[in-house]
Design a protein around this ligand. Structure first.
Ligand SMILES: [Zn+2]
Length: 128
């Protein structure tokens, strides 16, 4: 073995190989690409899953905001429409600063004293 050779195990294919440089981690460029692509694909999959839920939530609020006058709905109506209370994009305080409003992009919900939810539209995001 030459001085500049290092025995390594490829993190992609698990094959033992002799690295030609101290910083060589993979046995070949295909393994390096495959390894990093697999990680990137896994990240994209998680993001896609959450994006899908957020887009569905936005769609539900957008439809109910237009259909319901005034825009007040029960928790069950939201659930029946496919709304997932576990996902939102940001929070803002209500006008009286007493409650947190949960927003999904430009639409938000505010729980009223009677248990119903008021659907809000963030004016700052209008025409943006
Ligand atoms: Zn390999």
């Amino acid at each position: 073995m030459k001085e500049n050779e290092y025995t390594r195990q490829c993190p992609d294919c698990s094959k033992e190989f002799i690295a030609q440089r101290a910083d060589q981690l993979f046995c070949c460029s295909k393994c390096r690409y495959d390894f990093h692509n697999r990680i990137a694909r896994g990240k994209r999959k998680k993001v896609t899953l959450i994006d899908r839920i957020l887009h569905r939530n936005r769609e539900v609020l957008g439809e109910l905001f237009i259909k319901t006058k005034p825009p007040m709905v029960s928790q069950q109506e939201l659930l029946n429409a496919g709304f997932d209370f576990g996902f939102h994009t940001h929070t803002l305080l209500s006008k009286d600063s007493q409650q947190k409003c949960y927003y999904i992009y430009e639409y938000g919900i505010l729980k009223e004293a009677d248990g119903k939810f008021k659907i809000l539209q963030d004016e700052k995001l209008q025409g943006a």
